[in-house]
Design a protein around this ligand. Structure first.
Ligand code: ADP
Length: 363
């Protein structure tokens, strides 16, 4: 299947009434502040929603139009795409949109203008591409261990795709690696064929900070929009267990994300934060043209040497943006007003229309 034709998308955009644009996305993940922000910037909003999942959009009253589907993945169906185009829709991607629509579909059959670079989504989904982008940026990432036999310290073992940390485990030796693989298989959290895909990396002992940036293609500038920390089950529940019971109850902790807290970093770490954002966006301009566009997130751990170590990235709005629906300490510093990621995205679209440069930020 051939890739979406860029000229085709630009032609659709050309046909849109720019005074009557709809901001649309799947009703899930980080859509609430996208809708709220889009409305605040004067756009109509449309939620593509699986039946039974509409309650938050109704109760918070953030969607003007509802396109109800049997399942989220129906967003790529021809009739849904047609409805979106009929409303002059620009789609805001987020984690669930990518997961349900599917990367292949987004690249080949989803003929609706999207904010951002649709080609970069694959670079967060495929670990080799992600590592290439990070390595070439020269940012600090966890060291990779190529063979389980070479494990000689604490390592984190991961499997392909974002699974919300399900099936990840920690090991300290080749023997422990094998034991835990067996336990994961028994739990049906991984399958035989996943074993060869196991990714083993240095365990970074530190605090979790997920840094949300907005790269403005119009201004060619990276803005720090907010930072969150993950609240993961069962690892974060373990601290509530008395120490003497932790070994029994917490023998196999998991890292299933259940929520996020807003955080700030100590100020002396911020130069590293800006450097990471600048480096990754500069490198992406070369590796996956035209580079990032809009939201991105670098998931980091900060160790006691005060190194910010990046272990994962999102090339679109990350779920942690929900911690600053009314702005963060940083978006306030930058913009002097409470600004969510969704509203920042909508503002970029508005500026693109005003400056007649929408084609530069849409794919
Ligand atoms: P997913 O993308 O599937 O949500 P992540 O890559 O974000 O999974 O990892 C889930 C969690 O595992 C992280 O939030 C972090 O707590 C932990 N983690 C990931 N990589 C490392 C690492 N190298 N060292 C220590 N902890 C890690």
């Amino acid at each position: 299947m051939s890739k979406i034709n860029r000229q085709g998308i630009l032609d659709i955009l050309e046909g849109y009434d720019k005074d009557d644009i709809t901001i649309a996305t799947l009703g899930s993940h980080s859509s609430l502040h996208m809708f709220q922000g889009a409305k605040a910037e004067g756009f109509r909003t449309a939620v593509v929603c699986e039946k039974g999942r509409e309650v938050p959009y109704q109760r918070f009253n953030v969607a003007d139009e509802y396109i109800m589907v049997d399942k989220f993945s129906d967003i790529v169906n021809d009739d849904v795409q047609q409805q979106l185009r009929d409303m002059n829709s620009i789609v805001f991607p987020h984690g669930s949109f990518v997961a349900y629509a599917g990367l292949d579909n987004i690249e080949t059959i989803f003929n609706v203008p999207m904010f951002g670079n649709r080609d970069i989504l694959r670079w967060e989904a495929e670990r080799d591409l992600e590592r290439k982008l990070m390595t070439e940026s020269g940012i600090r990432i966890p060291k990779k261990i190529n063979n389980p036999k070479d494990i000689d310290g604490t390592v984190m073992v991961k499997f392909p795709g974002a699974r919300g940390g399900r099936g990840y485990f920690v090991a300290n030796s080749p023997e422990e690696f094998d034991q835990k693989i067996d336990a994961m298989l028994k739990r049906n959290w991984i399958e035989e064929e996943d074993i060869k895909e196991a990714h083993i990396e240095e365990y970074v002992l530190g605090c979790n900070y997920c840094i949300h940036y907005f790269y403005s293609g119009l201004k060619d500038e990276v803005e720090l929009m907010g930072i969150d920390s993950r609240y993961e089950s069962t690892i974060d529940g373990l601290v509530r267990v008395p120490a003497k019971d932790q070994l029994d109850i917490g023998a196999d902790p998991s890292y299933v994300i259940t929520g996020n807290h807003p955080v700030v970093m100590r100020e002396s770490l911020l130069p590293q934060v800006f450097e990471i954002g600048d480096r990754i966006t500069e490198t992406a301009k070369e590796l996956v043209k035209p580079g990032f566009n809009g939201p991105l997130c670098m998931q980091t751990l900060v160790n006691d040497n005060l190194e910010v170590v990046v272990f994962e990235m999102s090339a679109r709005s990350d779920g942690g943006t929900n911690t600053f629906m009314n702005g963060s300490a940083y978006s306030y510093l930058y913009h002097g007003e409470p600004l969510s990621m969704g509203r920042r995205m909508a503002r970029e679209i508005k500026n693109g229309i005003k400056e007649n440069r929408l084609d530069e930020i849409i794919t």
